[in-house]
Design a protein around this ligand. Structure first.
Ligand code: F6R
Length: 611
């Protein structure tokens, strides 16, 4: 939530920052702003997207080799010119951009008002700018020391960049709870909420830790922590290709990412699954596999789509490894005094690795001495650094706000983890294990064959693009897929949609069914197939419209449903990886036909770093 970008070097900062902000717009897009320094600071900001910022800066002085930029997802104060970042302190000494939430901003604001500070905006960030300035003037100290002391008074989460008008050759960066990466070039530094704005300039990065304060000036980069203790600067190499963050000829990132799923799954399995000798290795779990195998309980914590992947994980672990699993919304888990025992294994799933609720759930699990594992996509993000061990999904950068390839990569990792655990604790026989490896090997090709039906799915989307409600039904492994299909539709097309276990329909949702209501039924072949066929009959008996996702060659459902979309046969445990694909495409085409901005749906942001 909120994207921040900074530049310090010899080049013009403006084009670098604008380009970086566009790459980070998935984090928030309700207002944008930039501060540029040469001898003094100039600030331009407006409500709207980065393109609107470009518009208003067309005839302005945009020179400067140091600068900060921000794209906002509103928390405190509605999207407006005045609430947009950067925020300038009352006496114009400090300029601040911020991602996160200052929880005690109200109290700090009242204290500063008592010192005659006047505020222009409703934001918590302006409070921080004024607090830094107040400390700077009052204690007559350096700007970085003022930032450090001000931050000791702050409760909450922040990733900030700060410049001071009296020291125009310095950028100060600090983080706690919100991400911040620094790229190190030749005599230049790049700052950003994630590495995507940086990788076209350098692959040498420094991930700030919580409570770190970085100072970049003519002497280079120094890091201290909030207690004023010098920290070692650890430069790491990152490996992201620039093509991975461009649209590559697709109309939207979301469509590109849907089509990337065969590759994402192949990459996630690469070096882990050996199809020839039927072995499975997860290097990240090497030290903890015994504990995972012996645990009496697994708790999965996640949010949104990652939570849906967690629900699939529950079926996988229980079936393959016979270990009881609970799946929790991280936001609920963190506040309800859950029972966590020292031998429990908590698995946190997150694409971004920065979701605030998931991070808080991890902290809680650690306090109870559970073993905490992570399944994450963004390398070097906070969750992999906070967990005891884990497995990366190698889906590549996911930029469309609606998660697609991250979901299938997460389910792939959960499948491998459950297989590995089941093989070790003998809940899974060698024969079953080897058969699953063969099945998993075929998944990318099977997804390709579903993607080839995109035009067919588009035609169905055309018919239902004006629906106001939709119901998604699935059983067993396909119940989480029903939830995910409903989430995809509502978040990008703003059509109300609900996912339900198919058999629950008659306990309530059946009342909604009429001749206008599309009911999307996940009905591939498995042990509850006959029951799902009955559910389809029940919908048809009430004149509902059925769009069924069926196994190739199914002739029974074809005679009942209004539309069928066939997917290849697979082991039922792997069916989520196939059946979710037509649902993603259906939502995508419906949203495009309704004129929605699929990559940046209203009110949403990709990385939810506030609770
Ligand atoms: C939905 C979506 C969100 C995320 C959720 C968790 O398409 O993207 O529901 O899944 O915000 O995000 P991560 O996985 O980054 O923790």
């Amino acid at each position: 939530m909120c994207g921040i970008v900074g530049y310090y070097g010899n080049k013009e900062a403006y084009p670098i920052i604008i380009k970086g902000l566009k790459r980070l717009e998935y984090r928030g897009y309700d207002s944008a702003g930039i501060a540029l320094m040469n001898h003094s600071v100039r600030v331009y900001k407006c409500k709207g997207k980065v393109s609107e910022l470009e518009e208003i800066t067309k005839d302005k002085d945009i020179s400067g080799n140091i600068g900060l930029g921000h794209t906002r997802w509103a928390t405190h104060g509605e999207p407006s010119n005045v609430n947009a970042h950067p925020h300038v302190s009352m006496n114009s000494l400090f300029v601040v951009i911020h991602n996160g939430i200052i929880e005690n901003y109200n109290r700090l604001r009242t204290e500063l008002e008592a010192e005659d500070y006047i505020f222009k905006s409703e934001t918590d960030t302006e409070v921080l700018a004024n607090l830094i300035e107040y400390v700077y003037i009052k204690l007559n100290i350096s700007p970085d020391e003022a930032v450090r002391i001000a931050l000791t008074k702050v409760i909450g989460a922040y990733g900030i960049l700060v410049v001071c008008n009296e020291h125009p050759d310095t950028i100060i960066a600090a983080r706690k709870g919100s991400p911040l990466v620094i790229g190190k070039g030749h005599g230049e530094y790049f700052f950003a909420s994630d590495a995507t704005p940086i990788i076209e300039y350098t692959n040498s990065v420094i991930y700030l830790n919580d409570n770190d304060i970085a100072i970049v000036n003519k002497k280079g980069l120094h890091i201290r922590d909030i207690r004023n203790i010098e920290q070692t600067v650890k430069v790491q190499k990152i490996d992201i290709e620039i093509d991975a963050i461009e649209k590559g000829g697709f109309d939207h990132y979301m469509l590109k990412e849907i089509f990337e799923q065969p590759k994402a799954i192949t990459d996630t399995c690469r070096g882990r699954l050996n199809y020839y000798d039927k072995t499975l290795k997860l290097g990240g779990l090497h030290q903890v596999i015994d504990a995972l195998t012996k645990t009496e309980r697994i708790i999965i914590v996640a949010c949104g789509t990652s939570w849906h992947a967690g629900l699939v994980g529950e079926f996988l672990f229980e079936e393959f490894a016979r270990i009881p699993v609970e799946v929790e919304y991280a936001s609920e888990f963190r506040y309800r005094n859950p029972i966590i025992n020292p031998g429990d294994v908590v698995i946190a799933i997150s694409q971004s690795g920065e979701t605030a609720d998931t991070l808080a759930a991890i902290q809680l699990a650690k306090e109870h001495r559970a073993l905490v594992l992570g399944i994450c996509n963004v390398v070097g993000s906070s969750i992999p650094r906070e967990t005891d061990a884990g497995v990366y999904t190698h889906a590549g950068p996911e930029i469309g706000v609606a998660s697609t390839k991250a979901f299938t990569a997460q389910v792939t990792v959960l499948t491998m983890m459950a297989m590995l655990t089941g093989a070790k604790n003998k809940a899974l026989t060698d024969k079953e294990h080897n058969a699953l490896i063969d099945e998993l090997a075929l998944i990318p090709e099977k997804i390709n064959s579903i993607l080839a039906k995109a035009e067919e799915i588009k035609k169905i989307a055309e018919i239902y693009k004006d629906a106001t409600n939709a119901l998604y039904l699935g059983r067993g492994y396909l119940y989480p897929v029903a939830l995910e299909g409903a989430l995809k539709l509502k978040e990008i097309s703003y059509i109300h949609a609900e996912g339900y276990p198919a058999a629950e329909m008659k306990h309530g949702p059946i009342a909604l069914i009429d001749e206008k209501m599309p009911v999307i039924v996940l009905a591939t072949v498995d042990k509850s197939y006959e029951k799902v066929v009955n559910n389809i009959q029940e919908v048809k008996a009430r004149k509902g419209i059925v769009i069924a996702i069926v196994t190739e060659g199914d002739t029974t459902i074809r005679t009942m449903a209004d539309h069928v979309i066939e997917v290849p046969y697979s082991d039922f445990a792997l069916a989520p990886l196939l059946t979710v694909i037509p649902l993603q495409l259906l939502s995508y085409y419906i949203a495009v036909m309704r004129g929605c901005n699929v990559d940046q749906p209203r009110n949403l942001a990709k990385s939810v770093t506030v609770e």
